[in-house]
Structures are given as structure tokens and as C-alpha cells.
Write a protein that binds this ligand. Structure first.
Ligand code: ATP
Ligand code: LTN
Length: 333
């Protein structure tokens, strides 16, 4: 069976962009693949975190995986730092990665706001840890949002280079980036992506938001000048709202434009809030019904299942590189 893997960082409350860009597609593929879904807590450490808050968020993200419908019988759900093979493979891959490759990464350039001198080495190395996540599981498909495209290209390049220089070790993965919703924008600034780490929480619909917060956020959402409600790339704010509407209703663009041809922005915002609240209600109910003990069982089992696969790939990579003492002894006998 083909393998699928993806992760979410516990850097803040999980939001609509994460759901639409990533989790929704995890669900869609769940039955056809052998799946690995994880909380990317080591990635979260690349920017300063409060340890107590981080510990809680790790559990919150894992709980949200279950609440949106990831089935632990069909999918392996785990926390990245529970599987030490991720860190070890990162080191091995660091040694085949070039500085220039990481210097080109736009996420590093964006996030190293205070300048290169003060940026953490972890932030710089972030894409190599991501490559290790993917390659450890011999992954075929990685469903992610548009922002991860460049990291996936690096992952493929590293796999191809390692295989060429040391022998066939890693499967070369493909990203899956959805056609609609791959980059949901902030509701308060249509030129920025909706993000967990945004300073302005009004632009981000969190999956755990209460109904009144959802209504308020949509009401205050920025729109473009003019009154027409149409999908139009030159009017990014209204298009962003329409994309959310499209994903919530599964209607075609034509149906939506016809529906709103006689209605105004206020009506669009009201309908969006209503649909969103309706969609999130059962997710939030499931989220609240999962006990700590249930969650721990899922994550303990997930870690054990993940390590079976991860340790096998890591062992192979070590042998290929010559850093496997016992294998070396048998080779020299
Ligand atoms: P941060 O803001 O802290 O960088 P994030 O909100 O971007 O975090 P991640 O954990 O980095 O969230 O991403 C989890 C998944 O959600 C990734 O596959 C990512 O591509 C996707 N994703 C994140 N933001 C969006 C967005 N605005 N639109 C579509 N997909 C998104
Ligand atoms: N880098 C991703 C999160 C992430 C990930 C992964 C996604 C870490 N490791 C492996 C897919 C596969 C992000 O910032 N959204």
C-alpha cells in the first residue's frame, strides 16, 4: 500500500487554513493509503515557545486530529519528539545538505525577521528536519498547503542525492497541494496567509472558536472596494471569503456567483458564519469528548508503530553511510 505522511506544528491553535490546506486532504486519502500523521513539536521549537503552553498544544493538536475524523485504526498518529529517529536522520541528512540550498528557503527568510545573525540554527535547519520526517517513512505522498512546496522540493533533492551517492535508500516523495484552498489568506489582511503565529488573531478562524467569535471575525473581515461578489484574483479579500464559502458548501463557482448576484457583503458574511458554526459544532463536540487516557493510548501506540518503520529506514541510512559499527564488523569478516 502506498504511504502518506503529514504534520502540523503546535505553534498555536489549529485553524481553518490548516484544515483546508492539509487536514481535509488527509481525510480524503485516509482509506487509500497507509497513513502517518504527527504533531511536529520539534519544528515548533525553531521559534521561542513557553514550555508549559507548548506541552498543552501538542496534546491539543493530536486531539484535533481525532476530532476532525482521523481514525487511529487506519492511521498512525504520533508526536515527532517521541520518535528519536527524526532527530538522528536529520543529522545524517545535514551532512548531505548544502548551505546554499537552505539559504534559498523563503520560510527562513520570512521568519528570521530579526536578521540572520540572531536567527536560530534550528530555524535554518528546519527544512532538513522536515525532509527527515518524510523520508523516514518511505513516504509516497505528502498533502500540504502551498507554503510547503519549496520544502518538499528540497526533500526530493536530498533523497535523490543520497540515493545517487550512497545507494538506493529513500523513496522520493510527491507533495499533494489542493487546487482550491492551498493558501487561505488572513481575514484581516488578504496579502498575508492565515497563520497560527499571526499577531492579529482576528484574521484567523480557529477550529475551537466559539460561535460568537466566528460571527465577529467574519463580520470584521476586510473586503475589497466595489460591491460585486465574484471570484476575481484582482480582489483578493472577497475571493478569499468566496473560496471559504466554496469549500464549506461544495458548490461550484458559478452557483455561488449566481447566488450572490442579488446579495451584498453582509449577507455573504452572515452565511459564512452560519455555515462555519454548523461545520465546527460536531468537531468541537468530538474534541471535548476525548479523554486524556484515550489520547495517551493513541499516541503511545502511534509512537510504537512509527518507530518500527522509522528505525528500519534509519538503520539502512546508517549502514549506507558507514556509521553502523556492527554491520562494519560483519563486512570486514
Ligand atoms: P505557523 O503560522 O506557526 O507557521 P501554520 O499555521 O502555517 O503555522 P503549520 O503547522 O505550519 O501551520 O501547517 C500545517 C499545515 O497547514 C501545512 O500543510 C501547511 O501547508 C498548511 N497551512 C498552513 N497555513 C495555511 C493556509 N493559510 N492555507 C492553506 N494551508 C495552510
Ligand atoms: N513544515 C510544515 C510542518 C511539517 C510537515 C512535515 C508537513 C513538519 N514536518 C512533514 C508535512 C510533512 C509546516 O510548516 N507547515
Amino acid at each position: 500500500m502506498r504511504r502518506l505522511l503529514s504534520g502540523v506544528k503546535p505553534t498555536g491553535p489549529i485553524h481553518l487554513g490548516n484544515y483546508i490546506g492539509a487536514l481535509r486532504n488527509w481525510l480524503q486519502f485516509q482509506l487509500d493509503y497507509e497513513n502517518f500523521f504527527f504533531v511536529a513539536d520539534l519544528h515548533a521549537l525553531t521559534v521561542r515557545q513557553d514550555p508549559k503552553v507548548l506541552a498543552e498544544r501538542i496534546r491539543e493538536i493530536a486531539r484535533m486530529f481525532l476530532a476532525v475524523g482521523i481514525d487511529p485504526q487506519k492511521s498512525v498518529i504520533f508526536v515527532q519528539s517521541d520518535v528519536p529517529e527524526h532527530s538522528e536522520l536529520t543529522w545524517l541528512l545535514n551532512c548531505v545538505t548544502r548551505m546554499g540550498e537552505l539559504e534559498r528557503m523563503t520560510q527562513f527568510k520570512d521568519k528570521a525577521r530579526e536578521g540572520r545573525e540572531r536567527a536560530g540554527v534550528g530555524l535554518f535547519d528546519y527544512p532538513v528536519l522536515m525532509a527527515a520526517d518524510v523520508l523516514l517513512y518511505q513516504t509516497d505522498v505528502v498533502p500540504v498547503g502551498e507554503d510547503q512546496k519549496q520544502h518538499m522540493e528540497l526533500t526530493r533533492d536530498l533523497a535523490i542525492r543520497f540515493n545517487r551517492d550512497y545507494g538506493e535508500t529513500f523513496r522520493v516523495p510527491e507533495p499533494f497541494i489542493p487546487e482550491v484552498g492551498a493558501r487561505l489568506m488572513s481575514l484581516s489582511n488578504a496579502s498575508k496567509k492565515m497563520s497560527k503565529s499571526d499577531d492579529d488573531p482576528q484574521g484567523c478562524i480557529e477550529l475551537l472558536d466559539a460561535p460568537d467569535a466566528i460571527t465577529r471575525k467574519f463580520k470584521r473581515a476586510v473586503t475589497d472596494s466595489g460591491t460585486e461578489i465574484r471570484f476575481d484574483p484582482s480582489r483578493p479579500a472577497i475571493t478569499n471569503l468566496l473560496v471559504i464559502y466554496q469549500l464549506l458548501t461544495n458548490q461550484t463557482r458559478e452557483e455561488i456567483e449566481t447566488h450572490f448576484s442579488t446579495r451584498g457583503y453582509a449577507q455573504l458574511k452572515n452565511e459564512l458564519a452560519e455555515r462555519m458554526i454548523e461545520f465546527l459544532k460536531p468537531v468541537q463536540e468530538r474534541f471535548n469528548s476525548i479523554t486524556d487516557a484515550e489520547l495517551d493510548t493513541v499516541l503511545d501506540e502511534g509512537c510504537a508503530r512509527a518507530r518500527v518503520v522509522a528505525s528500519q529506514t534509519l538503520g539502512e541510512a546508517r549502514r549506507r553511510l558507514g556509521v553502523e559499527r556492527k554491520a562494519m564488523r560483519s563486512m570486514s569478516q
